[in-house]
Design a protein around this ligand. Sequence first.
Ligand code: DI6
Ligand code: FE
Length: 410
Amino acid sequence: MFKTATVIWINVNLATMDQTIDGGYGALRNQAIGICDDRIIAIAPMQDFVAPLGEVTIIDAKDRWLTPGFIDAHTHLVYAGHRADEFEQRLQGVSYTQIAKLGGGILSTVKATRRATLEELVTQSQPRLSALMAEGVTCVEIKSGYGLNIDDELKMLRAAKILDANNPVRVTTTLLAAHSVPPEYKNNPDQYIDLVCEQLIPLAVDESLVDAVDVFCEQIAFSPAQCERVFEAAQKHGLAIKGHMEQLSNQQGSQLAARYHALSVDHLEWLDEAGVQAISSSNTVATLLPSAFYFLRETKLPPIELLRRYQVPIAVATDLNPGSAPLASIRLAMHMACTLFRLTPHESLAGVTCHAAKALGLSASIGQLKVGMKADMLLWNIESPAQLSYQFGMHELLQKVFDGRISDVG
Ligand code: DI6
Ligand code: FE
């Protein structure tokens, strides 16, 4: 079994996150797990383990826990500038929606992002990606959405691709051109949607810059009818579909996304039972973003009980962005998913592993510790996986494995 292994961890507890293994976390205690290059090739209880002959690195994990690498399935981490001034305004009582209506908000980051060169965008975004990787993120989704024209949307996606090439982390890219109506199309948003569907999506596909398409379905952004046009164009080009849905009001965007078999719908504070039912039937993941809820000081909770009742897989992500979630911490998002949304520590870990993989259409290769899966793994100095959600800022990470490559945490 372990014959061709290049590295084997012994005396290790596995939070496999395999939902078919009974008990929380798909836990297997006192195991050996072997990888060959970038794949997991063997898992066995220690009592059955025989060390193979030949050249292999054996790591004694000393009864610590190994989890799948964390997957941050919703970020806007490529952008220029910051919005600390708006933070101050909001603390004085001005709302996020008011700021957006006055031409600030997303559009203020659009101005800064358009001004930045590709290189500047990469340089400014790298520290945010590094912060996520430092906490154990081995796969991250990055959205465009601060360019809002052909050149600058493509520039954002190219920046995400450069970050992918420069870092060990796996990056997936999402075109969020329908994030906000650009100032040039203020009086004719439908014409902007034409541009997105007829020009931008085909160009992004031609340059292999994009895995999925996303929209912001909201009164301050795009109507369900406009979002549907973007979904049709995405589908025509074979791209996966995602949506910022029901964040500030109920537009029934989740039902629309479900009709297009979206991979995920995200935010969901205003989601109702019909919406939950629809996404449950379409096997769409509900991605919760507690950091945006926290930072905007929202009070309406997403319908967690309904999501559980309809057995909707729940992902948890940072939403890392300059306006509603300037928090580059997946561990804080996990912690907040428990403290603010009352997810269990098990649900929160599933939210950044197996369910996050599903939200990116990658559940066949990442998100679980299973033979055949990619070797994206984290070794933790903890006694129970619940500690990963319970405590925060404790530096328990010992080792990160990106696609089979080990980096010890100093
Ligand atoms: N909802 C959000 O919370 C982010 N985008 C979205 O559609 C916020 C983006 C920003 O304010 O810059
Ligand atoms: Fe977002």
